[in-house]
Design a protein around this ligand. Sequence first.
Ligand code: RIB
Ligand code: CA
Length: 307
Amino acid sequence: MKKIIIDTDGGHDDILALYLSILSKKLDILGVTCVAGNSKLQNVERNCQYALTQLNCYDTPIFSGADKPLSKKLTTAVVHGQSGLEGAELSQVKLLNLQKASAVDFIIDTVNQYPHEVTILTLGPLTNIALALNKDPQLASKVNEIVIMGGAINVPGNQNRVAEYNFYVDPDAASIVLGSKVDKVLIPLDPCNEVIISESEFFRLPNTLFVKSIIDMIKPFIRNIKSHLDVNGALVYDAIAAYYLICSNQFKLSPMDILIETDGVLTRGMCVIEKRNEIDKIPNILVAVDVNVNSFKNDFFRMLAHY
Ligand code: RIB
Ligand code: CA
């Protein structure tokens, strides 16, 4: 099975990505590292524990990471609510999987323990990954691949006119990671915006306690998306990024030369793509430009239904 580390900011779609990654039975999740983003770090840790507890995964370690971006002030996401996982029953969560080691040290130690074998799936701001690359300059040459949910290529941003949330929150970290020598795959808003899951589609799932917990959290998520993004259904960005690790053949990739705007007043977090014909492009990332929506939905619901 593919060895992976999941770096996450613990929102609704992050939790769905964790469920998919575990239920696919194709991924060896070595650890879950938490980063502040959708909500403050303590909420992210708790939300990740909630997800692992739902699936009785007490062997998967959780690590605490950066509580704010490299240089910017933390901007939490409104669509996930105050807790970062609005609608989920979080009051009884006990942090049984949380480890003492830091997320950055876990990433460095694990990649060095399994050189060229570990894939890092990033579902939030890239702060932890940038810190790890800075702390161990050899790390980039030993990571198998980084699969990144982030960016907007030919669609508007979801945090400002041009920037996707994860890259907006910590553009400096995004710039460092995209500038690194690691093999990278980007899952941007473009394919993710094509996958909108309605409440009624979730209601087709079998009436299990697990499904009820999903519906309890998805209802406010859909309500918040409607009011803030005017979209009628759940946008499950991170679950699509996780799906790339499960079924990469359902995606169409294109190499691109991308830099990240780190300080623009209007364009902070923007993916600035080299499109000039007269300039030699130096592709630094493979970008998912399309996903098979039906295949994703079929597999997504099949896996959630069989727990
Ligand atoms: O822009 C979507 C991304 O920002 C997703 O990872 C979502 O969870 C939020 O973190
Ligand atoms: Ca996320």
